[in-house]
Design a protein around this ligand. Structure first.
Ligand code: SF4
Ligand code: SF4
Length: 163
């Protein structure tokens, strides 16, 4: 797990939201993909050549196996995959470039996008993604960058990861 990932968590907003950790399709583009070291640490499921965090089907949804659904928390929070750590940001594939993009549909982003809190968060993100170990992680795990077909209008690119 990379150290010092900036967090935009506002727990009261997340606790009222079921936007994360549940996926309608087994190969949903929202289901967190796993980096190579994460596959060994937490296990993963291979679908069409990609590694996703494991999920079980329940009530028509695929729930991440790490979600404590009654208490609404992540059982592996301190070692959750990189994709989970950076959300509501994602790594976005733009041709050969990898961008850091913000998901405008996340209720936290809707509420805070134009706040000083978000400006501070973006500053921390830029510093984080300029670190050599983080750039190296992204370079070795370029498959984590998605193209999110059908959802492109829900993203705003923030900056490019120079790898
Ligand atoms: S979609 Fe946003 S507000 Fe909802 S649980 Fe995920 S991070 Fe929290
Ligand atoms: S690992 Fe944790 S944060 Fe990531 S999808 Fe599963 S329950 Fe959610």
């Amino acid at each position: 797990m990379l150290e010092g990932v900036p967090s935009f968590a506002v727990s009261d907003v997340c606790l009222k939201c079921d936007g994360c950790c549940r996926f309608y399709e087994k190969d949903s583009c929202w289901r967190p993909r796993c980096g190579e070291v994460e596959i060994k640490a937490i296990g993963a499921e291979r679908i069409d050549g990609r590694s996703y965090i494991k999920a079980d089907e329940s009530d028509g949804k695929h729930l991440c196996v790490c979600l404590e659904k009654d208490e609404h928390y992540c059982a592996i929070y301190t070692s959750r995959p990189f994709e989970c750590q950076v959300y509501p940001c994602v790594l976005m594939k733009r041709g050969e470039k990898v961008m850091v993009s913000i998901h405008l549909s996340c209720p936290m982003v809707v509420e805070y996008r134009h706040s000083q809190k978000f400006a501070d968060y973006e500053k921390q993100l830029r510093e984080f993604f300029s670190k050599p170990d983080v750039k190296n992680f992204v370079k070795q795990n370029k498959h984590l960058a998605g193209d999110y077909p059908g959802y492109q209008e829900e993203f705003e690119d923030l900056f490019e990861v120079n790898i």
